[in-house]
Unconditional design. Structure first.
Length: 359
């Protein structure tokens, strides 16, 4: 039986792969199958919405992957489950809304065409009636907003009620991510104080922040508030949020921010997100930024891993739409896993070949 690297080893060696299902993505069959496919492909962490039903589906997907791997003679290292929290308004924690009754009859429905999640649907028979945003599929990317000719699409922000959810939710997961933005020390500290009793039970805490003036000073201020220290701390460089499926160039913002955080020397691991896609590994390799995360005097620090959201989901989305339980359909399961593996393996293979599970 082969033993694959566990998540901590992946972080230490610079091979950490995180799948982002989406902080507000609640489409349960897709979450389950994303967790299953990317677990079999070698993901180290599955990041999902802080919602009991979503966490349960992700766990079920991971468990199914472990069982399938065992049947094939491999000991799959269980990916860690992470839930995302926010300390204020944040695009990751919002849903698009509009009133389909207000849509002009001759509108070409650009909103429907541009939505990467298939969240906007209209019934062909009844026109605009009964159409609109399917809330559980919307992950807040905002692409539908500017294309509406009458400007009627809005977003509704959400804040995860940690104090209410923590006792039942946090024992079900391994890790928590806090989404913050420059200038929110007070709000971050309030959220951290709610999380504090649970920190010792978690494997990992991640702090996700987009770029902004004074971002490294801001993160240093947060580090001072992070007590007790989590076992593992990740700084997630959220370059261009929820954009990895748009085009090749979206990865640059995350790399620039990652370099900034590495230069700042913040204690903990630096991991990229926000705009990451199939080109990210290659760009990081060109810049010499991938490798073991430890710093030595003669070697600069490295990026410990990459989180993939929009791109990872869009890669599998056509497969995820056609069924509900992937493992019951082997003819669909393995092509889907191969697709997932095509994203995971380049990162895993940077320094050494990784064993694979399945066929
Ligand atoms: S385009 Fe983005 S924000 Fe609009 S409905 Fe789709 S997922 Fe939600
Ligand atoms: S683009 Fe605006 S008006 Fe047109 S179908 Fe979508 S929500 Fe309605």
């Amino acid at each position: 039986m082969r033993n694959l690297p566990n998540p901590l080893q992946s972080l230490q060696s610079g091979h950490w792969f995180k799948l982002i299902c989406g902080a507000s993505y609640q489409h349960l069959p897709a979450v389950r199958n994303l967790a299953l496919a990317y677990s079999l492909a070698g993901a180290d962490c599955i990041d999902v919405a802080a919602d009991a039903a979503v966490v349960a589906e992700a766990r079920a997907g991971v468990q199914a992957a472990i069982q399938i791997a065992a049947e094939k003679g491999s000991a799959l290292a269980r990916p860690w489950l992470m839930v995302s929290l926010n300390d204020g308004e944040d695009p990751h924690f919002r849903k698009a809304v509009f009133d389909p009754a207000r849509c002009p009859a001759d509108c070409a429905r650009p909103c429907e065409a541009i939505c990467p999640a298939g969240a906007i649907v209209f019934n062909p028979k009844s026109g605009f009636a009964n159409g609109g945003v399917t809330a559980e599929r919307c992950y807040g990317c905002g692409r539908c907003l500017p294309v509406c000719p009458i400007g009627q699409i809005e977003t509704r922000s959400q804040t995860v009620p940690l104090a209410t959810l923590a006792p039942t939710l946090l024992p079900q997961v391994d890790a928590v991510e806090i989404h913050t933005q420059v200038g929110r020390v007070v709000e971050f500290t309030q959220l951290w104080n709610q999380l504090r009793p649970w920190v010792r039970q978690l494997q990992l805490v991640s702090v996700s922040c987009p770029d902004g003036a004074g971002v490294t000073d801001y993160l240093r201020q947060l580090y001072a508030q992070i007590q007790p220290r989590p076992a593992i701390l990740i700084w997630q460089a959220d370059g261009r949020p929820m954009s990895g499926d748009i085009g090749k160039g979206t990865t640059h913002a995350a790399i620039r921010l990652g370099q900034k955080l590495l230069t700042a020397g913040l204690p903990g691991y630096v991991q990229l997100a926000g705009g990451t896609n199939r080109h990210t590994v290659e760009k990081l390799q060109d810049l010499g930024l991938l490798g073991p995360a430890q710093t030595t005097p003669d070697r600069p620090p490295h990026i410990a891993g990459i989180a993939y959201g929009s791109f990872a989901r869009s890669l599998l989305m056509p497969h995820l739409e056609t069924f509900t339980t992937l493992e019951t359909m082997p003819d669909l399961l393995w092509p889907t896993v191969r697709l997932a593996r095509s994203l995971v393996q380049p990162l895993k293979l940077v320094a050494r070949p990784a064993a694979q599970v399945g066929r």
